[in-house]
Each structure stands twice: as structure tokens, then as C-alpha cells.
Design a protein around this ligand. Sequence first.
Ligand SMILES: [Mg+2]
Length: 211
Amino acid sequence: MSRVEMVISDFGGVLTTPLLEAFTAVQDRVGIPPKTFGQALRELSDRDGANPLFELECGRITEVEFQRQLADGLEGLLGHRPVIEEFGQMLFEALDPNPGMIDLIREVRRDGIRTALLTNNVKEWEAAWRSMLPVDELFETVIDSAFVGCRKPDPRIYMLTLERVGLEPDQCIFIDDMEININAANELGLRGVHFRETAQARAEVHALLAD
Ligand SMILES: [Mg+2]
């Protein structure tokens, strides 16, 4: 195996507090449970053959179009059309940076390891998520699904990342809180670390770097 040259990190749920906590906080404000959002998105996917969230994350639809489609889906489930224009903003208000993982990125950089951010994200949210952490200080490059037109766990976005940084898969650790994204990375030969909590993820990254 090659030596590890780079740590590639996810953003939401790794460098931030858990997304589910943020969704639950939004639920308290709008009265729509996270699972109802999931159900609406699944039903829209079955009907239209495309998940609106995935389309948004691949930059193929705008946030406004996403909100319109999601409101359609929720209307069928709730029996009324919810006002969801503020959801994205509420979600960000409920998310906080995760200092333990941000420090890990700083520590590995100090040790000479390169770092990149690989995020499924939304064009219109760029200013909001970037304001949560010093992106340019922490990462030499950002691969954002909404700007490259594909999303994790599509193998193409991992290949694009490797191409951009000029490394082989086994030279890279990849951290993500979604197991499906880790499985896809492992299949390509990256060294996946499935983030469940900060101490566990930090320990696994340090163990891989000590190999
Ligand atoms: Mg995530």
C-alpha cells in the first residue's frame, strides 16, 4: 500500500454537527418531521424518475425549483401546501461547526498531509456553508457536487477528485458520515473512514496515518 498523502473530508455531518439534529430543530419550528421530507422526496423520485434533492445537489435545478417540487410532494402528504422558502436558512441556523474535526484537518496539514473537501452541496448555499469554517485555510481544493454536476456516491466524483489532486486512491483517506458514500469510496480503493462521532473518526484517521 502507498503512503497516505491526503485526507479528503465531507462537509455536512463531519465538519458540522449532525444533520439529523439540524433537521429535528427545523421540525420544531415548522412542524414537519424529517421522515416526512424523506418520504416526499422518495415519492417525487418514483413519480418523476429523479430525486429533486439529487438534481439540486448536481446543480441541474435551482433552489427555487427544488422548493417548488418539494412543496408539491409535501402538499400530498400533509394535506396543505407548506411554506418552505426559509428551510435552507433554518437548517444552517441549526448547524454548528464541529471543532474536533476541524482541528483534525489542521493537525494533519501541520504534519504535511494534503487536504481536500468533497461535498454534496447546493450552489445557492455556498456563501452560507463557507461562512461556517475557514475553507481556504483548511483545504487546498473543494470539489462541490453542485458545480461539477455529479454527487457522491457516483464513482465519477471520486475519480474527478483524484484526478484533480493527482493521487492514487490508496494515497487518500476519505471521511464521510454516510455509509453509502464510504462504500463507494472503498470500492474505488480509497481508505474510507465512516464518521459516527468525532473521537472515533479522529482515532481511525490517526491510525491510518500511523500505518
Ligand atoms: Mg455528510
